[in-house]
Design a protein around this ligand. Structure first.
Ligand code: HEC
Length: 441
């Protein structure tokens, strides 16, 4: 059985030691040099605003604030080192494959600026040179939402133990169809969210039709077999997929996700116990397209759920393929694996079997990112897509919870997943629109 799903790796290209200029001839910072060299206000702050503050700010996901000179000065060396190693900003795509609109990587010039600034003992410079303060609107990373859909009841999260996938169904009360151009989910307890998928349930859908609305539940709470199955699998249309560090969806002009009138949004939350009891009440901000778009965006997946990773295997390959039934414009990728993930690739397979790589990710479990193509790609009906994942179940994998067991598909992080989500835009009418989001299933 084959299904459609996808994923990529992280390459280290540049470290401070690859700059010969810094070896052997340490500069002595004279008064003149520190005036002509980079200063915080003129040169460093714009980089922090553009590449770091979306996470390193109050209410952001990072532990450290990088807004003021005082905050950045004491971290100057850490900033130069961590950016030189390509550990920050987080980005895991092999730079030799594809180019991505949301690639936050610093340019060589920006890396050099941070390094030189640190070496010159982090001078402040003149506050008058500073760019305008970057304003973050009340926690949203998107423009002011036209609608906010919030979980009706908070979900209680225990301090310890496994937590089953938790669902909450929320009525939108939309009286007309809405086209979503931009969306963002904000959990209230970010630290507890491993990942989240939000589905659109149109009126008349039989999916989870016996489940309660407005209260959290899990498969174990369901009393009949259909509901239990419904809490494990669906082909419902996906509004958004979230994991810490992922950026909000912003569809190009003329494209949007459809939420039919009277739909419900179904939150599927994967929480992990944070070590202390807490609760989460996530909300979704939606910005609607000004005009009905010409193309509808659908999130599809290349999935393989029937693998067995042998104990100790250090480079175990799992593949999924699928064929597009319609012309489509390929927009973005979101690979998903767990702790034993190692690499993930998305490829196009030509009729003669030749492979054209679309994305290669060096997997880091802590960062589940989306990769948005800089140039959306037209794919003709009949195009075959392939996702390939590699898993490391050996003791050399520092995240491996148990190298001595065979590992199969499952919800929990000590189980594995192989899912290559990807987004396409299609023109109506299209058979893809009938919400079969699993290619080749
Ligand atoms: C997508 C969110 C995100 C972005 C963008 C980001 N960071 Fe981070 N950063 C984090 C998180 C989360 C951590 C803590 C967890 C970790 O270290 O992986 C972190 C850790 C760090 C640390 C280490 C703190 C420590 O524990 O000692 C430094 C230094 C840092 N970031 C600097 C930067 C700089 C400089 C930029 C921009 C060039 C940047 N980060 C961009 C999320 C981000």
């Amino acid at each position: 059985m084959r299904r459609c799903y996808f994923q990529i790796p992280l390459l280290t290209v540049l470290t401070a030691t690859t700059f010969p200029i810094w070896q052997g001839t340490p500069r002595v910072a004279s008064a003149n040099q520190s005036e002509s060299g980079p200063t915080f206000y003129r040169d460093v702050l714009p980089i922090l605003q553009q590449h770091c503050q979306n996470c390193h700010r109050p209410g952001g996901i990072a532990p450290l604030l990088l807004i003021t000179y005082q905050q950045a000065r004491i971290e100057a060396h850490a900033i130069a080192t961590i950016t030189g190693n390509h550990r920050m900003p987080p980005w895991f795509a092999d730079p030799s494959v594809g180019s991505f609109a949301n690639d936050p990587s610093l340019t060589l010039h920006e890396l050099m600026t941070l390094l030189t600034w640190d070496m010159a003992k982090a001078p402040a410079g003149d506050p008058k040179d500073a760019p305008p303060l970057r304003v973050w609107t009340n926690g949203w990373n998107i423009p002011r939402p036209d609608a906010i859909v919030k979980m009706t009841k908070p979900v209680a999260i225990p301090a310890e133990g496994d937590i089953e996938y938790t669902y909450e169904i929320v009525h939108t009360n939309f009286t007309e169809a809405k086209w979503v151009q931009t969306s963002e989910i904000r959990p209230s307890s970010r630290e507890s969210v491993h990942h989240a998928v939000v589905y659109v349930r149109p009126p008349g859908s039989k999916w989870l039709d016996h489940a309660p609305v407005g209260v959290p539940f899990t498969a174990a709470d369901m009393t009949d077999d259909k509901s239990k199955r419904d809490a494990l699998w669906t082909d419902a249309d996906i509004l958004l997929v979230y994991a810490p560090g992922s950026s909000p969806d912003r569809w190009p002009d003329g494209m949007g996700k459809l939420v039919p009138a009277g739909s419900d949004l179904v939150f599927q939350m994967h929480y992990t116990a944070p070590g202390h009891a807490t609760s989460d009440q996530a909300e979704i901000g939606l910005v609607f397209a000004k005009q009905p778009p010409k193309q509808r965006v659908l999130t599809l997946q290349l999935t393989n759920d029937h693998f067995v990773i042998p104990p100790g295997a250090d480079d175990f390959r799992v593949e999924a393929r699928g064929t597009l039934p319609n012309d489509a414009t390929l927009l973005s990728f979101f690979p998903h694996m767990h702790l034993r993930g190692k690499r993930f690739e998305y490829n196009m397979v030509a009729k003669d079997g030749a492979i054209e790589p679309l994305l290669r990710v060096n997997w880091d479990f802590r960062w589940q990112l989306s990769y948005q193509l800089a140039k959306p790609m037209h794919l003709a009906a009949g195009t075959e897509l392939q996702a390939v994942a590699w898993f490391d179940n050996s003791s050399a994998n520092p995240h491996n919870p148990d190298p001595s067991v065979a590992v199969r598909w499952g919800d929990q992080t000590y189980d594995e997943m192989m899912v290559g989500f990807f987004d396409v835009a299609v023109r109506p009418p299209s058979c893809l629109q009938r919400a079969a989001n699993i290619l080749g299933a």
